[in-house]
Design a protein around this ligand. Structure first.
Ligand code: CP
Length: 328
C-alpha cells in the first residue's frame, strides 16, 4: 500500500487485511515495530480524536508524531498551484511537503472543503497535490472523505454483527444547525457497500450525497451481493435495521449558498428512542463530535446499543494498522 487516502481505492480483501491487523493491535497494543519512524500530521481544521489517536498510535508502536497546524503553530500555507503569493500565506504546500519529506516517514492531512464550489472542491486537490509532491506515504485524516473513520466503523460492525454481508446498514442524515462536511457519510457508505451490506441512505430531499459516490456505492453493492436504497423517510429506513449510523452533512444543492430557512425545516431528523424501536434492536454509532439532543437524543447515545466510544477507540487500532501497512 503506497497511500491511504480513500476507501474506494482499496478492495474488500485489502481492507480486511487492515481490519485483521487492527484487531491484533486491539489485543496487543504496544510494540516497537515502528521504532524511530516519524509521522507528520498537518491539521488545517480542529480535531480531538484524530490528532490524539494518530499521535498515540505511532508512539505506542515505538515511533513519534509531529503535529503541524498551518497558520497557527506553523507558517500559513498557500495551496493553489502557480499562485502569486501576495496574501497571508508564507509558504507553499509544495515546499512544505518536500521539506517534511526530508524529516519524516509519512504525512497525514486534514483539510476540510471550503463550502464554496463543490464541483471544484470534490477534486480534493490539496490531498492530490500532497500525494503528487510527496515521496513518502500520505494518509487522509479527513478531506472530502474520511477513510480512517470508515475503518473504525467497519471494525465495530464486524465485532458486533460478525459478517457485515446482507446486514441492514442505515446511514441516516441528522439535523445540525450548520452545514457539515459530507466526508464521513461518503466513506461510511463506501465501505458498507464494499463489504456487501444492505445499505440504506436516509436523508431529507435536497440532501443527497454526491452522485459520483452514490453510483460507486450502487456498483459495489451489485458486485458484492449487497443492496442499495435511498430513502427520504427516516422511520421507513429504520425499520428492521441492524446498524444505524448517524451523521449530518450540508446540502450539495445549497453548497456555497446556505439557505437556513430550508435547512432548519429538518429539525425532526433526530435519532431518538422511538425510531430506534423500529429497528432489529440495532446498534447505533456516530463518528463524534456531535451535538447531543440535536442530532441524537441522550436516551439513544447513553443506551446499551450505543457504540460511540467503541468506534472512537477503534480509531487508535485501525490507524496503527494503516501506519504499519504504509511504514513498516
Ligand atoms: N471523528 C473525528 O474525526 O473526530 P475529530 O474531528 O475529533 O478528529
Amino acid at each position: 500500500m503506497e497511500n491511504f487516502v480513500a476507501i474506494e481505492n482499496h478492495s474488500q480483501e485489502e481492507l480486511n487485511q487492515i481490519l485483521e491487523s487492527a484487531a491484533a493491535f486491539k489485543n496487543a497494543p504496544y510494540s516497537e515495530i515502528l521504532k524511530n519512524k516519524s509521522l507528520i500530521t498537518m491539521f488545517f481544521n480542529p480535531s480531538t480524536r484524530t490528532k490524539t489517536s494518530f499521535d498515540l498510535a505511532i508512539t505506542q508502536l515505538g515511533g513519534h508524531c509531529v503535529n503541524i497546524e498551518p497558520g497557527k503553530s506553523s507558517w500559513g500555507i498557500e495551496i493553489e498551484e502557480g499562485a502569486v503569493m501576495d496574501g497571508e500565506a508564507e509558504e507553499h504546500l509544495k515546499d512544505a511537503v518536500k521539506v517534511l519529506n526530508r524529516y519524516g516517514d509519512a504525512l497525514a492531512l486534514r483539510c476540510f472543503p471550503q463550502f464554496k464550489n463543490w464541483q471544484e472542491e470534490k477534486k480534493d486537490l490539496i490531498l492530490a497535490n500532497m500525494v503528487k509532491w510527496s515521496d513518502k506515504p500520505v494518509i487522509n485524516m479527513e478531506t472530502i472523505s474520511h477513510p480512517c473513520q470508515a475503518l473504525a466503523m467497519m471494525q465495530l460492525i464486524k465485532e458486533k454483527l460478525g459478517s457485515p454481508k446482507k446486514k441492514k446498514m442505515v446511514l441516516t442524515w441528522a439535523y445540525h444547525p450548520k452545514p457539515l462536511n459530507t466526508a464521513v457519510a461518503n466513506s461510511a457508505g463506501m465501505i458498507s457497500s464494499i463489504f456487501g451490506m444492505d445499505l440504506v441512505i436516509a436523508n431529507p430531499l435536497g440532501y443527497d450525497l454526491d452522485k459520483g459516490y452514490i453510483e460507486q456505492m450502487k456498483l459495489n453493492c451489485k458486485q458484492t451481493g449487497g443492496s442499495f436504497t435511498q430513502s427520504h423517510d427516516m422511520e421507513d429506513a429504520f425499520t428492521d435495521a441492524d446498524f444505524v449510523y448517524a451523521k449530518s452533512w450540508g446540502s450539495l444543492e445549497q453548497y456555497g449558498n446556505f439557505q437556513p430557512d430550508i435547512h432548519h425545516q429538518n429539525k425532526h431528523w433526530i435519532v431518538d428512542e422511538q425510531k430506534m424501536k423500529l429497528t432489529n434492536n440495532a446498534y447505533f454509532s456516530h463518528c463524534l463530535p456531535l451535538r447531543r439532543n440535536m442530532l441524537v437524543t441522550d436516551g439513544v447515545l447513553d443506551s446499551a446499543q450505543s457504540l460511540i466510544y467503541d468506534e472512537a477507540e477503534n480509531r487508535l487500532h485501525v490507524q496503527k494498522a494503516v501506519l504499519k501497512a504504509l511504514m513498516k
